[in-house]
Design a protein around this ligand. Sequence first.
Ligand code: PRP
Length: 214
Amino acid sequence: MNRLRIALTKGRLQKQTMALFETMGLDCEPLHNPGRRLIHSLPNYPIDIVLAKGPDVVTYVEHGVCHMGIVGKDSIMELGRSFYEVLDLGIGKCRFALAVQEGDDFYGTYKSRRIASKYPNVTREFFEKKGMDVSVIRIEGSVELAPILGLADAIVDLVETGDTLRANGLIPIEDVAQISARLIVNTAAMKLYRTEILDFVERCEAGIHANEQE
Ligand code: PRP
């Protein structure tokens, strides 16, 4: 079998992906102590793991330098590029939510509103569908600061436990989308490495099924 290369989102998703891989029978030993190394070969399956940030996973897969990728639906929605989205892995579950400072009546005013988000495209699309004209301010992280500092009337951000919102006096008032991790595949790789990719996809499906039984 040809050796595949898969880009995996570093950080929060990494642990859950490794657990899924282990359920699939993949030996993830090299990833338990990765150090600063960014590419790791798995000993018992012909696959190399590339550790990258979510949006870069999309870029590497789209350019075909990685055959596959594991990335949150949040990055896919924001970047909306071309590749096959093959599987919902059922991990990394969270949601995009619209949140405001406690006590604020977001919809109770006609004045134009400013929304801060790390996901400006998702935010714009959400308000376009509502027919609302808002201005979107792009923030790189810790978006919760924007309403506190008076830069925005609301935020659109990922919410997992809700702890970050609560700790900063914000409340979610509406869900924008449900999010989970997806397996994505480069379109040309799907043709060239069909056998290898389908073997991996089947293993993922079995792993997801095993997780669901737990
Ligand atoms: C994400 C998100 C929220 C937080 C939500 O941020 O942007 O800030 O996690 O998680 P919670 O609901 O469990 O509290 P992340 O930690 O990825 O960092 P960032 O804000 O710098 O993007």
